[in-house]
Design a protein. Structure first.
Length: 96
């Protein structure tokens, strides 16, 4: 199974997860503080969207690493591969 080899992608994913973690802590405080259910639900939806976005990014990163490792694309195909994976990320992002 593939592991993160791209430091920038690893940092991006960790930052996304840390933001979601902060949002979850905020939701816990809202519940403890007796905030209205609609406000809490709104924040929960935001966390779900953030986690979905992180999942899509991680999936595309996995695909990119695996394709690079298996196909060993040359510089001429690098731009094409990046463009296709950007499109895949956009399409997966619309599924949510």
């Amino acid at each position: 199974m593939s592991k993160f080899t791209d430091d920038q992608a690893r940092t991006d994913l960790l930052n996304r997860l840390k933001r979601a973690e902060g949002q979850l802590r905020g939701i816990q405080r809202m519940i403890e503080g007796g905030e209205p259910c609609l406000d809490i639900a709104s924040q929960m939806a935001a966390v779900r969207k953030a986690l979905d976005s992180a999942y899509v990014r991680m999936t595309v990163c996995f695909m990119q690493q695996e394709l690079h490792a298996r196909l060993e694309p040359d510089a001429a195909h690098e731009v094409e591969l990046t463009a296709v994976l950007d499109d895949v990320q956009t399409l997966l992002g619309k599924v949510r």
